[in-house]
Design a protein around this ligand. Structure first.
Ligand code: AMP
Ligand code: MN
Ligand code: MN
Ligand code: MN
Length: 287
């Protein structure tokens, strides 16, 4: 059984390890194929691929695109994309510009609550000055002593109704799925258990996603409680979607580690079924 993890972050977005160190960690954890899926940026893929080649591991180029749908933020993972595709690159560049403008509004909102210097503070935690997000603000808030840990920080700040949260219009579902498909990738709905949709809204999302050419949904995710795995495996089957598995790794001391979650339920159809990149592993393990 191959260990495949199709969702993780490097310091090109809001992870803490460099792309090469993410790959090294995955290899040490026994991962056979890894998708690097930084938020709204593909700048880490070249270094990740070089490290994967050296380690004899398969690197799947990926991205996690921020989308506004149904009044909420939804994340769409693209796997098997071509990072240099002009349409994808331009779309992601636009989202990153929006993030910088949003960071200014977040910092201004925190300042109104008496917390000053958050803009420069957050950028101090962003290795890639093009890609700033709530995690960078959260790490700075923890370091400043405003909350004891990341979990509490997101509870007190940066979430709807709390200081530092601002509404933001991301790109459309249609754009995100369109860019992923145009660049040769497969679109996968990230961590469906994280959204505050009711069942009807979630079904509408899955229908809309399928109609646009989306193909998969994360079933085994570091953002899911184990009690949710069966529910999303059933949803995948009911909606004719393939299933994915990914830790959503960000940092060694935050959340799930790469390649350490359970395998997909046996009745799921994996998104990676038939991928040519995996045939060398298969022939090696069958030899
Ligand atoms: P952004 O895309 O800038 O809105 O930031 C979203 C990121 O914040 C997610 O990808 C997670 O890495 C992180 N995040 C969101 N909610 C939480 C939470 N409750 N605890 C820890 N990290 C979180
Ligand atoms: Mn993140
Ligand atoms: Mn996400
Ligand atoms: Mn993620």
């Amino acid at each position: 059984m191959l260990n495949i993890d199709l969702h993780c972050h490097s310091n090109v977005s809001d992870g803490v390890l460099s792309p090469a160190d993410v790959v090294a960690r995955a290899a040490a954890n026994g991962v056979d194929a890894l998708a690097l899926t930084d938020h709204d940026d593909v700048a880490g893929i070249a270094a990740a691929r070089a490290a994967a080649d050296a380690a004899g591991m398969t690197l799947i180029p990926g991205v996690e695109i921020s989308v506004s749908w149904g009044g909420q933020t939804v994340h769409i993972v693209g796997v098997g994309i071509e990072p240099a595709h002009p349409g994808l690159a331009a779309g992601l560049h636009g989202i990153r510009l929006g993030r910088i403008e949003r960071a200014q509004r977040m910092a201004a909102d925190l300042a109104r609550s008496g917390i000053h210097g958050a803009y420069d503070g957050a950028f101090g935690y962003a290795a890639n000055k093009q890609m700033v997000g709530r995690t960078h603000f959260a790490r700075w808030l923890v370091a400043q002593g405003h909350a004891p840990d990341m979990r509490t920080t997101f509870k007190r700040y940066l979430t709807r109704g709390n200081p530092g949260y601002v509404e933001h219009e991301w790109t459309s579902l249609e754009n995100a799925v369109g860019w992923i498909r145009a660049s040769g990738g497969m679109a996968v709905i990230a961590h469906p258990g994280r959204y505050a949709f009711n069942a009807r809204e979630l079904h509408l999302l899955l229908d809309a996603f399928r109609a646009l050419g989306g193909v998969g949904i994360e079933v085994i995710s570091g953002s899911h409680h184990p009690s949710e795995y069966g529910k999303f495996a059933d949803l995948a089957r009911a909606f004719g979607l393939k299933a994915s598995r990914g830790a959503d790794f960000h940092a060694p001391d935050e959340g799930s580690d790469i390649g350490c979650l359970p395998a997909l339920p046996h009745y799921c159809q994996p998104v990676w079924q038939g991928w040519p990149e995996l045939t060398t592993h298969l022939s090696l393990s069958m030899a």
